[in-house]
Design a protein around this ligand. Structure first.
Ligand code: FES
Length: 262
């Protein structure tokens, strides 16, 4: 009986600036295989399709159940999570490439630290002192919890940035995942203490005005986060704050101009 096999064509790159090249692999098929288990098989026996010894493929993965967000890559030209991409559901030969909008570390592993820099930029955290026991957190209305939970499912995979036409070096757009986190932390009673600063960051370079509402982000999100709704909500908050700032400034200017008020 002829053994069923799986062919993978993998784009490889040794360093950030070296030339990429393709290698082909042929593996024994097993039921229920996914892209990560295929990469594990190559790691166990790193030989190419012609039997030539090669280096195991470098890639990121951790949870293997679409929770950690680390295994994002391009599979057959589409941005996807490798651990939840079943071999039997993919067109063969399967082409694997690193995400295209992030610097390659090696092979399929990319540097996504820009996401964490952007999270810092918008203060995407709940401020707590940390020097003493703060006791129980604030009570959160169950209706708010229900709205917040889907937003909290972001796993920092960066697929929304990979497919966004606005995410680029010149725009420095922070991306939909970040805007979603702004919405999430602004909803939290303690997180809201930084709401003003977060929205100010959204008005700066790479902020919400860079979004062109293409909607690719919400289509690709593996966790079905309502990203375009988050963008609209945060856009409304930004507008409100911008108007507030404007009227406050106008009031101050006219108060200064009134005779006797200096
Ligand atoms: S390995 Fe964690 S999401 Fe794929």
């Amino acid at each position: 009986m002829v053994e069923k096999t799986v062919r993978l064509d993998i784009k490889r790159q040794d360093t950030l600036n070296s030339e990429p090249y393709w290698e082909e692999f042929e593996l024994c098929w097993r039921p229920g295989m996914n892209v990560i288990s295929a990469l594990m098989d190559i790691a166990m026996e790193p030989v190419d399709r012609l039997g030539k010894q090669t280096m195991p493929i470098t890639y990121d993965s951790n949870c293997l159940e679409e929770v950690c967000g680390s295994c994002a890559m391009r599979i057959n030209g589409q941005a996807a999570m490798a651990c939840s991409s079943l071999i039997d559901k993919l067109k063969h030969p399967i082409r694997l490439e690193p995400l295209s909008r992030f610097p390659v570390v090696r092979d399929l592993a990319v540097d996504r630290s820009v996401l964490f820099d952007n999270l810092k930029q918008v203060k995407a955290w709940v401020p707590i002192d940390g020097t003493y026991d703060l006791g129980a957190g604030p009570h959160i209305d169950p209706a708010v919890q229900e709205q917040a939970y889907p937003l909290s499912r972001c796993m920092s995979c960066c697929l929304c940035m990979e497919v966004c036409p606005q995410y680029s070096e010149p725009t420095r757009f922070v991306g939909a995942a970040i805007i979603n986190q702004v919405r999430l932390f602004n909803m939290h009673p303690t997180g809201a203490t930084l709401k003003h600063e977060r929205l100010s960051a959204m008005m700066e370079d790479g902020g919400i005005h860079e979004c062109s509402f293409a909607g690719n982000c919400v289509q690709i999100c593996p966790k079905n986060i309502p990203l375009t709704t988050s963008i609209s909500v945060v856009n409304g908050q930004v507008m409100k704050q911008a108007f507030g700032n404007f009227f406050q400034k106008t009031e101050l200017t006219s108060a200064r101009q009134k005779p006797g008020k200096r």
